[in-house]
Ligand binder design. Structure first.
Ligand code: AMP
Length: 480
């Protein structure tokens, strides 16, 4: 069967064209058009591209083709031919899903592995032949330590979201992994930004790389309308609930700076009858996966996330992003609002800014070289009692103060979790999410129950149809 679409001109073989066509894609995205021929030719690649550009297919498709068309090497048990490293579990799962989708007509095998889940099923899976392994660095090294994984057969290495891996403190782990790989191999490095650290990693790793750049650093999409509501910290949650109801927002990603804050906000929204869940590194993997899939399929309108948890999430045409607090680092604002207004559809980024955050706001406006519109809420009257109640709520759970543990971490009926801000003293100083251990736990994940996901949806939001796909893909044809 011959599939006629623009992907054919990139040199992809029929089984891949068929899978691509079934995914509903007709036109390669810019990163795909540039990266696919380079990777097929066997060279190293340095690519500046973020999630949302189609980068995953940009490297997965040519890798699948190269592995399938090289009959000289065979995958061994627990000895992958291609290793894809990602910073977060969610991204690892998404990438492996793409490998399965695009590789469905090829006789290649793949596996995803990350921390926070039982290692034994991964060990069993490694007893079978394996072509492509997608992994987060910590768990990967655990397997190497247990001698359940052999990296001596890796022909192709991908570092996906390399900048975030470095931000999360993975550089040592990456260097350890690199030392275990054969010298002769193809290397692909994807990064949204290019710090000196990334450049030095790339210099040591890549040989005469082809360079591809599709998204400029620190630019915000014109499709995203941005606005700021100046509001006291204590009125923010009420204002958010008001905005959600008033505008019938149906799918909102809300960023908070702390895990504790994410839990508290989700809990509050649920009390207000707005279904919401929090997602961050202290949640069990099962809770994170469930919240994300409900958010993606439209059954959960509000997902409250910390920056690290949200990084790399592929959520199609997300209409609203809310900064419940502004990030300390101005670049993170660009990453956050990059979750909306993607691939041709309009998006809205709303920031709730307290007086104390104005210096962050000024930093952001300097970075994006743009003044963000100030908006005034209509019909919003804050209830003074709510501010008082919130002050009580915001105190760390009793457990942290030497009393019996309560359910104050926001997980319904859950236990206080190690490493949440529940272990902070009472002063409530904002604490940003500590990065690495949360994302790629070498320890088993916290045993918390999933975050609150109950609560009715706003009456006006019956949503069940999946959102239309990105780019020119047909609605409902994709796997996410
Ligand atoms: P990524 O940047 O790899 O996370 O991809 C973002 C989204 O774009 C994913 O949901 C893909 O399924 C989708 N996508 C990738 N390539 C194409 C394409 N050529 N046409 C339409 N959608 C695409």
């Amino acid at each position: 069967m011959t599939i006629q679409n623009d992907f054919a001109s990139l040199g992809l073989a029929a089984p891949l064209l068929r899978a691509v066509a079934e995914s509903g894609y007709t036109t390669p995205t810019p990163i795909q058009a540039q990266a696919i021929p380079l990777v097929l030719a066997g060279g190293d690649l340095l690519a500046a591209a973020q999630t949302g550009t189609g980068k995953t297919a940009g490297f997965t498709l040519p890798i699948l083709q190269r592995l399938a068309s090289n009959p000289l090497t065979k995958a061994g048990n627990g000895r992958p031919r291609c290793l894809i490293l990602t910073p977060t579990r969610e991204l690892a799962a998404q990438v492996e899903e793409s490998v399965t989708t695009y590789g469905k007509y090829l006789p290649l095998t793949s596996l995803v592995m990350f921390g926070g889940v039982n290692i034994n099923p991964q060990i069993s899976a490694l007893r079978k032949p394996l072509d492509i392994l997608v992994a987060t660095p910590g768990r990967l090294l655990d397997h190497v330590g247990q001698k359940t994984l052999d990296l001596s057969g890796v022909e192709i290495l991908v570092l996906d979201e390399a900048d975030r891996m470095l931000d999360m403190g993975f550089i040592r782990d990456i260097r350890k992994v690199l030392a275990l790989l054969p010298k002769q191999r193809q290397n692909l490095l994807f990064s949204a930004t290019f710090s000196d650290e990334i450049r030095s990693l790339a210099n040591g790793l890549l040989t005469n790389p082809g360079c591809v750049e599709v998204a400029k650093r620190n630019t915000t999409s014109e499709l995203v309308s941005q606005s700021v509501y100046m509001v006291g910290q204590k009125q923010k949650r009420e204002l958010l609930a008001h905005l959600v109801r008033q505008n019938n927002w149906e799918q909102v990603l809300v960023f908070t700076r702390t895990k504790h804050g994410a839990n508290k906000l989700a809990e509050y929204l649920v009390k207000q009858g707005i279904a919401a869940a929090a997602i961050h590194g202290n949640k069990s993997q099962a809770a994170r996966t469930r919240a994300l899939s409900q958010f993606k399929d439209g059954s959960l309108p509000i997902l409250v996330a910390t920056d690290i948890a949200a990084r790399g999430l592929d959520i199609e045409q997300l209409p609203h992003v809310v900064n419940f607090e502004l990030p300390n680092i101005a670049e993170d604002y660009v990453h956050r609002i990059g979750r909306t207004g993607r691939a041709g559809s309009p998006g809205h980024a709303i920031s709730l800014v307290d007086g104390e955050e104005t210096k962050h706001l000024a930093g952001i406006e300097r970075l994006i070289k743009q003044k963000i519109d100030r908006a005034t809420p209509t019909g919003f009257t804050p209830n003074p009692a709510d501010a008082l109640e919130q002050e009580r709520d915001q105190r760390p759970p009793l457990a942290a103060r030497g009393h019996r543990a309560g359910s104050g971490n926001g997980t319904k009926g859950g236990r206080s979790q190690p490493g949440t801000s529940s272990s902070k003293p009472r002063n409530n100083a904002p604490r940003t999410e500590s990065s690495r251990p949360a994302q790629d736990n070498r320890r088993p994940a916290a045993t918390a129950k999933p975050s609150v996901t109950s609560g009715s949806r706003p009456a006006s939001s019956p949503r069940n149809a999946p959102r239309a796909a990105l780019f020119s893909a047909k609605s409902g044809t994709r796997n996410h």
